[in-house]
Design a protein around this ligand. Structure first.
Ligand code: C5P
Length: 228
């Protein structure tokens, strides 16, 4: 039986939020955002451990209470890109797991992951040879911009999905794929795709939103308050 571990890259600065400090520490119901992202994995019995990657210069983490998280390990090995932070985390956690164990990479900026969605992802991917991700079929009509304010064309949305996290892959396969793909890929699945694999799509839920802009934070607060 393969074990499952969560890996949360949290070494970004969240420039699009325009907040005074990294977005993973913005307050939601009296806790930093990343606390809620971690809580989903702490509570799930199918997750053996959780690992967080921080920037070496992170001066925020130690100000908070993490005492309820007995599965948690923290590594100050953040890189210049998300992919590099994930790769550094995979290297740091390598002693604790085998190449075939699962790693669920999850954004610190997705604080509303429910136990039901986590169950669904694990249920659909656990027996998969490659791995898979939570994602949403695109609902809006898509436009490609000619410049900042004008439409150049409509992009057919049939078959298009918006990738979310967690993204669940075997440690050895993911590490090799990310090493080969380089630091610019924006999610783990892209690295696997570049290596010729076709990761599984598991239909998600709009509640698993990524906090990117200030309005997203208000929505995340409402969703978490409703589920508390
Ligand atoms: O900026 P964005 O929302 O795409 O970041 C996604 C996740 O990747 C966040 O949890 C962020 O902290 C993390 N990240 C990282 N190292 C970087 C850039 C982003 O760990 N250099």
């Amino acid at each position: 039986m393969m074990k499952r571990f969560a890996l949360l890259p949290a070494a970004g600065v969240g420039a699009r939020m325009g907040a005074g400090h990294p977005k993973q520490y913005l307050d939601i119901l009296g806790r930093p955002m990343i606390w809620h992202a971690l809580d989903a994995f702490q509570r799930h019995a199918g997750i053996a451990g959780m690992h967080v990657v921080l920037s070496a210069e992170d001066g925020w983490w130690n100000a908070y209470d993490w005492s309820g998280f007995d599965k948690l390990k923290v590594w100050r090995v953040g890189g210049a890109s998300r992919a590099q932070s994930v790769l550094n985390g995979l290297a740091a956690m390598a002693d604790e797991l085998s190449a075939d164990d699962w790693v669920l990479v999850h954004d610190a900026a997705r604080p509303c992951l429910s136990q039901d969605l986590l169950d669904k992802l694990i249920g659909e991917v656990d027996d998969d040879a490659v791995g898979g991700i939570l994602a949403m079929p695109v609902a809006d009509t898509l436009k490609r911009a000619a410049d900042a304010a004008r439409i150049a064309e409509t992009v057919p949305r049939a078959g298009l999905w918006a990738a979310q996290t967690p993204q669940m892959f075997r440690h050895g396969l993911l590490r090799a794929a990310l090493e080969r793909a380089g630091p610019e890929v924006t999610d783990e699945a892209s690295a696997l795709e570049l290596a010729g694999y076709a990761p599984r799509l598991v239909e998600s839920d709009t509640a698993n939103l990524k906090v990117t802009y200030p309005r997203d934070l208000e929505l995340a607060r409402l969703l978490l308050a409703a589920s508390a």
